[in-house]
Write a protein that binds this ligand. Structure first.
Ligand code: 0X9
Ligand code: ZN
Length: 430
């Protein structure tokens, strides 16, 4: 009798657990606002303002050469510098909690209706991992699912996915995709999935795809920040960093400031509470260590794309210096060509520019792909390193509606075809 009762309770609890929605935001954004700060024509004004924003630990959402979107938390309004800074800006979201509540409601209704096809919805870490495993089974002649290239602090696997055709040379150069490094940028992971599926499903029918998969192998980390991504589903939709507890009470390192390329030399913060916290040392984070080991194990990598959102930008090296890279002409042609390829699909405008024209960043993934540490072990090649900031330009921001996954994927697929074809014809020698 007792055993039966315990069992009944256990079964009931299990039923409740499986009925729990996968998306459960527990963090609220009451009293928070997002501002759009237009820049004047003087670059000096831009940099001074940017430095102030970083120093005050404000959360930068998106940025073009004309404006920067900044989120201000309730407590930060107490700081006169912040109030003064924001008095020069326009309000983009006056009530962030209301905006997020509306987006959550739409998202949950769609998910609960379960009407959407795979690319018409966003998915959890577990769902995405299972999807890649299935994809490798579907395309078993092409693809390999790697269960783990290493684990995170919370014990999740950084899984990986590689694919190529069985035609062509035995050792092919690699194209490296890193997706979902920033937890809240959900369109990043979704776009990677779309592009990968398109490449696999059109081999043999699309001549350009066939030539590409005969010439290169794609090496992909679909979720570079598993703990952060899981946290955006369970607690805080707007979380950016990993979930390292740090010391002093503020969690998270910005993985895109932690790579060993001019680490800590500007455009990042030494405060663990900041959204651009660089971490205690270069490559300190497990996710970064795992990714760089995987990159190095796959030499030669001729091109690397780190996928982000939002702002519709195609960013080439460098983020850490205003100097042109030695390959500026070629990298500019690659970036401009991707911009045009994207525009031709749905008419969406992306800007192609050097990363530092946006703002200074150090310790970023795409500068590392192109940089000296990666190149040392890259079999005589230097990877063309790009950061792509996907849709949109701030209307929905990180909460890009799921209806835009497919069109975003379609335009990026064309950009990828251009990027890879050009690099196959003309890889950058170290
Ligand atoms: O600041 C970042 O990490 C990226 N923007 S985001 O809004 N997605 O956070 C841009 C990084 C670009 N810089 C370089 N790759 N150098
Ligand atoms: Zn990002």
């Amino acid at each position: 009798m007792r055993t039966a009762a315990v069992l009944a309770v256990a079964v009931a609890l299990l039923a409740v657990a499986s009925a729990l929605p996968a998306y459960t935001r527990t963090v609220r954004y009451d009293g928070e606002k997002v501002f759009r700060c237009q820049f004047g024509p003087q670059r000096a004004v831009n940099s001074a303002m940017y430095r102030l924003i970083i120093d005050q630990g404000l959360d930068i959402w998106g940025r073009t050469e004309d404006y920067i979107d900044v989120r201000v938390k309730k407590a930060q309004f107490a700081e006169p510098t912040v109030r003064n800074l924001m008095s020069r800006c326009d309000v983009l979201h006056a009530d962030l909690e209301a905006v997020m509540a509306e987006a959550d409601a739409k998202f949950l209704a769609r998910r609960e209706a379960k009407k959407a096809e795979w690319f018409e919805d966003y998915h959890t870490y577990d769902e995405i991992k299972a999807w890649y495993e299935d994809l490798a089974n579907t395309y078993s002649d092409f693809a390999t699912f790697i269960d783990s290239i290493g684990t995170t602090l919370e014990g999740r696997d950084q899984f990986a996915f590689t694919f190529t055709s069985s035609n062509g040379t035995a050792l092919k150069p690699k194209i490296f995709f890193q997706c979902q490094i920033h937890a809240r940028e959900w369109i990043s992971g979704a776009t990677c999935g779309y592009v990968i599926n398109e490449l696999l499903s059109t081999y043999g029918s699309n001549d350009e795809v066939t030539a590409i998969l005969d010439a290169v192998e794609f090496v992909v980390i679909p979720i570079q920040n598993p703990d952060g991504y899981a946290y955006t589903w369970s607690n805080d939709r707007l979380w950016r960093k990993n979930r390292n507890p740090n010391t002093g009470g503020c969690a998270g390192v910005d993985l895109n400031r932690n790579y060993n390329d001019h680490w800590g030399q500007g455009g990042s913060s030494s405060s663990p509470c900041s959204d651009t916290y660089m971490g205690p040392s270069a490559n300190s984070e497990l996710e970064v260590q795992n990714a760089i080991a995987f990159f190095k194990a796959n030499a030669p990598v001729i091109g690397g794309i780190d996928w982000h959102s939002y702002s519709q930008l195609i960013l080439r090296p460098y983020g850490w210096t205003r100097n042109d890279s030695p390959d500026e002409a070629q990298l500019k042609a690659l970036g401009d060509g991707m911009r045009e390829a994207i525009r031709e699909v749905h008419g969406v405008s992306y800007t192609s520019q050097k990363s530092i024209e946006l703002y200074t960043t150090t310790g970023t993934a795409s500068d590392w792909f192109y940089g000296e540490e990666a190149t040392e072990t890259n079999d005589g090649y230097r990877a063309a390193g790009f950061t792509i900031e996907l849709r949109d330009t701030g209307r929905y921001g990180f909460e890009l509606p799921a209806e835009q996954i497919i069109p975003t994927g379609e335009e990026c697929f064309q950009a990828v075809l251009f990027f890879v074809s050009e690099l196959v014809a003309n890889p950058i020698k170290a």
